[in-house]
Design a protein around this ligand. Structure first.
Ligand SMILES: N[C@@H](CCC(=O)N[C@@H](CS)C(=O)NCC(=O)O)C(=O)O
Length: 246
Protein backbone atom coordinates (compact mmCIF):
# COMPACT_ATOMS: atom_id res chain seq x y z
CA UNK A 1 0.00 0.00 0.00
CA UNK A 2 1.36 3.41 -0.99
CA UNK A 3 2.65 5.51 1.91
CA UNK A 4 1.50 9.15 1.95
CA UNK A 5 4.12 11.69 3.03
CA UNK A 6 2.67 15.03 4.13
CA UNK A 7 5.34 17.71 3.95
CA UNK A 8 6.05 21.39 3.66
CA UNK A 9 7.94 21.67 0.35
CA UNK A 10 11.11 23.14 1.90
CA UNK A 11 10.92 21.37 5.26
CA UNK A 12 14.24 19.73 6.08
CA UNK A 13 12.62 17.26 8.51
CA UNK A 14 10.24 16.26 5.69
CA UNK A 15 13.23 15.73 3.39
CA UNK A 16 14.81 13.51 6.06
CA UNK A 17 11.73 11.25 5.95
CA UNK A 18 11.48 11.35 2.16
CA UNK A 19 15.10 10.11 2.02
CA UNK A 20 14.20 7.21 4.34
CA UNK A 21 11.40 6.18 1.97
CA UNK A 22 13.74 6.35 -1.04
CA UNK A 23 16.52 4.51 0.78
CA UNK A 24 14.20 1.66 1.75
CA UNK A 25 12.80 1.55 -1.80
CA UNK A 26 9.22 2.09 -0.63
CA UNK A 27 6.30 3.25 -2.74
CA UNK A 28 5.14 6.70 -1.61
CA UNK A 29 3.18 9.77 -2.63
CA UNK A 30 4.03 13.33 -1.54
CA UNK A 31 1.31 15.76 -0.44
CA UNK A 32 2.52 19.35 -0.11
CA UNK A 33 1.07 21.67 2.53
CA UNK A 34 1.42 25.37 3.31
CA UNK A 35 2.49 26.45 6.79
CA UNK A 36 -0.45 28.42 8.20
CA UNK A 37 -3.40 27.70 5.90
CA UNK A 38 -3.14 23.90 6.22
CA UNK A 39 -2.50 23.85 9.96
CA UNK A 40 -6.05 22.83 10.79
CA UNK A 41 -5.97 19.90 8.34
CA UNK A 42 -2.62 18.73 9.79
CA UNK A 43 -4.02 19.00 13.34
CA UNK A 44 -7.11 17.03 12.34
CA UNK A 45 -5.01 14.34 10.66
CA UNK A 46 -2.27 13.86 13.25
CA UNK A 47 -3.30 15.65 16.47
CA UNK A 48 -0.33 18.05 16.28
CA UNK A 49 0.84 20.82 13.96
CA UNK A 50 4.27 19.79 12.63
CA UNK A 51 5.27 17.99 9.46
CA UNK A 52 6.43 15.46 8.34
CA UNK A 53 3.51 13.13 8.91
CA UNK A 54 3.04 9.80 7.15
CA UNK A 55 -0.06 7.74 6.57
CA UNK A 56 0.54 4.02 6.31
CA UNK A 57 -2.16 1.34 6.33
CA UNK A 58 -4.50 3.33 8.57
CA UNK A 59 -1.76 4.57 10.92
CA UNK A 60 -0.83 8.26 11.06
CA UNK A 61 2.68 8.88 12.39
CA UNK A 62 4.42 12.18 13.08
CA UNK A 63 8.01 13.00 14.11
CA UNK A 64 10.84 11.87 11.85
CA UNK A 65 12.45 9.57 14.44
CA UNK A 66 9.15 7.84 15.23
CA UNK A 67 8.59 7.46 11.48
CA UNK A 68 12.09 5.90 11.07
CA UNK A 69 11.37 3.36 13.81
CA UNK A 70 7.94 2.61 12.33
CA UNK A 71 9.42 1.99 8.86
CA UNK A 72 12.16 -0.28 10.24
CA UNK A 73 9.51 -2.31 12.06
CA UNK A 74 6.88 -2.34 9.30
CA UNK A 75 9.30 -3.28 6.49
CA UNK A 76 11.73 -5.82 7.96
CA UNK A 77 12.80 -7.00 4.48
CA UNK A 78 13.53 -3.54 3.08
CA UNK A 79 17.03 -2.10 3.33
CA UNK A 80 17.78 -1.40 7.04
CA UNK A 81 18.62 2.10 8.30
CA UNK A 82 19.66 0.82 11.73
CA UNK A 83 22.41 -1.74 12.41
CA UNK A 84 21.40 -5.07 13.95
CA UNK A 85 24.15 -4.79 16.57
CA UNK A 86 22.77 -2.86 19.57
CA UNK A 87 25.97 -0.90 20.29
CA UNK A 88 26.19 0.30 16.69
CA UNK A 89 22.44 0.99 16.64
CA UNK A 90 22.79 3.16 19.76
CA UNK A 91 25.63 5.09 18.09
CA UNK A 92 23.49 5.76 15.00
CA UNK A 93 20.50 6.88 17.07
CA UNK A 94 22.73 9.11 19.25
CA UNK A 95 24.18 10.83 16.20
CA UNK A 96 20.72 11.17 14.64
CA UNK A 97 19.48 12.86 17.82
CA UNK A 98 22.44 15.25 17.84
CA UNK A 99 21.94 16.10 14.16
CA UNK A 100 18.25 16.82 14.85
CA UNK A 101 19.16 18.99 17.85
CA UNK A 102 21.90 21.02 16.12
CA UNK A 103 20.64 21.29 12.54
CA UNK A 104 16.89 21.11 13.23
CA UNK A 105 16.34 24.52 14.83
CA UNK A 106 19.15 26.37 12.98
CA UNK A 107 19.10 25.50 9.28
CA UNK A 108 15.91 27.35 8.28
CA UNK A 109 17.08 30.56 10.00
CA UNK A 110 20.51 30.41 8.38
CA UNK A 111 19.01 29.71 4.93
CA UNK A 112 16.46 32.52 5.33
CA UNK A 113 19.15 34.97 6.46
CA UNK A 114 21.18 34.07 3.38
CA UNK A 115 18.19 34.34 1.04
CA UNK A 116 17.29 37.76 2.43
CA UNK A 117 20.58 39.10 1.00
CA UNK A 118 19.19 38.70 -2.52
CA UNK A 119 15.60 39.76 -3.27
CA UNK A 120 15.12 37.22 -6.09
CA UNK A 121 16.42 34.30 -4.01
CA UNK A 122 14.22 35.36 -1.08
CA UNK A 123 11.11 35.55 -3.28
CA UNK A 124 11.81 32.08 -4.76
CA UNK A 125 12.50 30.55 -1.34
CA UNK A 126 9.48 32.19 0.31
CA UNK A 127 7.10 31.22 -2.49
CA UNK A 128 8.36 27.60 -2.56
CA UNK A 129 8.19 27.33 1.24
CA UNK A 130 4.59 28.51 1.31
CA UNK A 131 3.56 25.85 -1.21
CA UNK A 132 0.62 25.62 -3.54
CA UNK A 133 -1.78 27.82 -1.57
CA UNK A 134 0.97 30.25 -0.65
CA UNK A 135 0.88 34.00 -0.52
CA UNK A 136 1.69 35.89 -3.68
CA UNK A 137 5.27 36.79 -4.59
CA UNK A 138 4.48 40.44 -3.83
CA UNK A 139 3.62 39.62 -0.22
CA UNK A 140 6.75 37.45 0.14
CA UNK A 141 8.79 40.38 -1.19
CA UNK A 142 7.13 42.77 1.28
CA UNK A 143 7.91 40.40 4.17
CA UNK A 144 11.53 40.40 2.96
CA UNK A 145 11.72 44.19 3.15
CA UNK A 146 10.72 44.01 6.81
CA UNK A 147 12.80 40.95 7.69
CA UNK A 148 16.07 42.04 6.06
CA UNK A 149 16.70 45.03 8.40
CA UNK A 150 15.84 42.82 11.39
CA UNK A 151 18.85 40.62 10.60
CA UNK A 152 21.10 43.61 11.34
CA UNK A 153 19.88 44.02 14.94
CA UNK A 154 22.86 43.03 17.14
CA UNK A 155 20.88 40.40 19.10
CA UNK A 156 19.52 38.76 15.95
CA UNK A 157 22.91 38.97 14.20
CA UNK A 158 24.62 37.35 17.18
CA UNK A 159 22.12 34.48 17.20
CA UNK A 160 22.52 33.92 13.47
CA UNK A 161 26.31 33.97 13.75
CA UNK A 162 26.19 31.50 16.64
CA UNK A 163 23.89 29.27 14.59
CA UNK A 164 26.32 29.34 11.65
CA UNK A 165 29.22 28.46 13.94
CA UNK A 166 27.39 25.54 15.59
CA UNK A 167 26.36 24.15 12.20
CA UNK A 168 29.85 24.58 10.74
CA UNK A 169 31.46 22.77 13.71
CA UNK A 170 29.09 19.85 13.20
CA UNK A 171 29.65 19.74 9.43
CA UNK A 172 33.42 19.64 10.01
CA UNK A 173 32.92 16.64 12.30
CA UNK A 174 30.79 14.96 9.62
CA UNK A 175 33.60 15.54 7.10
CA UNK A 176 36.01 13.80 9.46
CA UNK A 177 33.65 10.86 9.87
CA UNK A 178 33.25 10.58 6.09
CA UNK A 179 37.02 10.76 5.59
CA UNK A 180 37.54 7.96 8.13
CA UNK A 181 34.91 5.44 7.03
CA UNK A 182 33.00 6.67 3.97
CA UNK A 183 29.78 7.19 5.94
CA UNK A 184 28.86 8.82 9.24
CA UNK A 185 28.68 5.67 11.34
CA UNK A 186 30.79 3.14 9.53
CA UNK A 187 31.16 1.81 6.04
CA UNK A 188 27.48 1.70 5.00
CA UNK A 189 24.77 4.39 5.05
CA UNK A 190 22.42 4.49 8.05
CA UNK A 191 19.69 6.69 9.47
CA UNK A 192 22.42 9.14 10.55
CA UNK A 193 23.49 9.68 6.94
CA UNK A 194 19.90 10.20 5.77
CA UNK A 195 19.37 12.66 8.62
CA UNK A 196 22.46 14.72 7.78
CA UNK A 197 21.56 14.77 4.08
CA UNK A 198 17.89 15.67 4.68
CA UNK A 199 18.45 18.30 7.34
CA UNK A 200 20.98 20.20 5.21
CA UNK A 201 18.41 20.56 2.40
CA UNK A 202 18.39 24.35 2.29
CA UNK A 203 22.11 24.83 3.02
CA UNK A 204 22.67 23.69 -0.58
CA UNK A 205 19.68 22.78 -2.74
CA UNK A 206 20.22 19.22 -4.05
CA UNK A 207 19.19 17.84 -7.41
CA UNK A 208 16.14 15.70 -6.61
CA UNK A 209 12.92 14.56 -8.22
CA UNK A 210 10.82 16.34 -5.57
CA UNK A 211 12.81 19.57 -5.41
CA UNK A 212 10.60 22.59 -4.70
CA UNK A 213 13.32 24.95 -5.99
CA UNK A 214 14.49 23.40 -9.30
CA UNK A 215 15.92 26.69 -10.58
CA UNK A 216 18.16 26.99 -7.49
CA UNK A 217 19.95 23.61 -7.52
CA UNK A 218 23.47 23.95 -6.13
CA UNK A 219 22.69 27.31 -4.50
CA UNK A 220 22.43 27.97 -0.78
CA UNK A 221 24.55 29.34 2.03
CA UNK A 222 27.68 30.55 0.24
CA UNK A 223 29.86 30.58 3.37
CA UNK A 224 29.35 26.79 3.61
CA UNK A 225 29.16 25.89 -0.07
CA UNK A 226 32.38 27.77 -0.90
CA UNK A 227 34.29 26.53 2.15
CA UNK A 228 36.87 24.01 0.85
CA UNK A 229 36.84 22.17 4.20
CA UNK A 230 33.11 21.47 3.83
CA UNK A 231 33.41 20.47 0.17
CA UNK A 232 33.84 16.86 1.29
CA UNK A 233 30.41 16.92 2.98
CA UNK A 234 28.50 18.35 0.00
CA UNK A 235 30.30 16.06 -2.50
CA UNK A 236 29.46 13.10 -0.27
CA UNK A 237 25.82 14.24 -0.09
CA UNK A 238 25.66 14.51 -3.90
CA UNK A 239 26.97 10.94 -4.17
CA UNK A 240 24.43 9.72 -1.60
CA UNK A 241 21.57 11.30 -3.58
CA UNK A 242 22.91 9.97 -6.89
CA UNK A 243 23.44 6.44 -5.56
CA UNK A 244 20.52 5.82 -3.22
CA UNK A 245 17.90 8.57 -3.42
CA UNK A 246 15.47 10.16 -5.87
N1 LIG B 1 10.81 16.62 15.80
C1 LIG B 1 10.08 16.81 14.57
C2 LIG B 1 10.33 18.23 14.07
C3 LIG B 1 9.45 18.56 12.88
C4 LIG B 1 9.47 20.04 12.56
O1 LIG B 1 10.02 20.88 13.33
N2 LIG B 1 8.85 20.39 11.47
C5 LIG B 1 8.76 21.76 11.08
C6 LIG B 1 9.08 21.89 9.60
S1 LIG B 1 10.76 21.49 9.24
C7 LIG B 1 7.33 22.24 11.28
O2 LIG B 1 6.42 21.53 11.00
N3 LIG B 1 7.15 23.46 11.75
C8 LIG B 1 5.84 24.04 11.86
C9 LIG B 1 5.53 24.48 13.25
O3 LIG B 1 6.39 24.39 14.13
O4 LIG B 1 4.38 24.90 13.46
C10 LIG B 1 10.51 15.74 13.55
O5 LIG B 1 11.57 15.13 13.75
O6 LIG B 1 9.77 15.48 12.59
Amino acid sequence: MTIVLHRFPLSHFSEKVRLMLDFKGLDYRVVNHSPGPDMLAIMRLSGQRKLPVIEHEGSVIHDSTAIALHLEHAFPHARPMLPADFVQRRAVLDLEERLDAVLGPRVAGIASDEALRDGAVWTDLGSAALGAHGLTCAVVRAVGWVARPATFFPGVRRQLDEARTAVRVLLVELCERIAADGYLCGKTPTLADLTAAGLTLTLKIPHTKYNALPNRVGEGVREFINDPVLGRFFDWRDRLYAGHLK
